[in-house]
Write a protein that binds this ligand. Structure first.
Ligand code: IMP
Ligand code: MG
Length: 181
């Protein structure tokens, strides 16, 4: 992993901290969704590791599905035009949907996804994001569960990419500016 670590300016969330976040949020969701009809929907590809880890701390019957959207290309800022690349397979009627996102930045992606899904007959739609950059918000969107806030830096690791790379770093780090500038 030496090569990948070299491109990281600063570690923002360690492996241990990620583990604690997953335990805390998993326990909270277990409490909040007791007796509900839980469908956990991961937004690919960034939520891959977070989804896999938090769901192991949700002690309830649940179903898993995935949604893939593209809004970024290879740049570092959201374009606002969101495209569904892979839709959910399960009919949402009657489910309490929990959308799992890696990071909330402008909020455009999740706001679009929530609007699109809310027309499909779900009981409720909630949002959990591992990371939040609250000062970057452009549209009004408040997640129900947040792992932690991060500063306005481009971050990678634990599922988050830059140009499809760095997803397999086991912690969250700020990417050196010279990599993307
Ligand atoms: P938004 O639509 O501006 O909220 O952007 C959200 C999406 O942009 C996330 O799902 C990420 O895929 C991507 N994104 C935003 N900030 C970062 C970052 O710092 N690192 C990696 N991906 C990011
Ligand atoms: Mg994403």
């Amino acid at each position: 992993m030496a090569n990948l670590d070299n491109d990281i300016k600063e570690v923002l969330v360690t492996k241990d901290e990620l583990q604690k976040i997953n335990e805390r949020i998993g326990a909270q969701i277990t409490k909040d969704f007791e007796g509900k009809n839980l469908l956990v929907v991961g937004i690919l590809k960034g939520s891959l590791y977070f989804m896999a880890d938090i769901t192991r701390y949700i002690d309830l019957p649940l179903k898993l599905d995935f949604l893939a959207v593209s809004s970024y290309g290879s740049g570092t800022t959201s374009t606002g035009s969101v495209k569904i690349v892979k839709d959910i397979d399960i009919d949402l009627t009657g489910y309490d949907v929990l959308l799992v996102e890696d990071i909330l930045d402008s909020g455009r992606t999740l706001s679009y996804v929530r609007k699109m899904l809310s027309a499909r007959g779900a009981n409720s739609i909630s949002i959990v994001t591992l990371l939040d950059k609250p000062e970057r918000r452009v549209v009004d969107l408040t997640p129900d569960y947040v792992g932690c806030d991060v500063p306005d830096e481009f971050v990678v690791g634990y599922g988050l990419d830059y140009d499809q790379q760095y997803r397999n770093i086991p912690y969250i780090g700020a990417l050196k500016r010279e990599i993307y500038e």
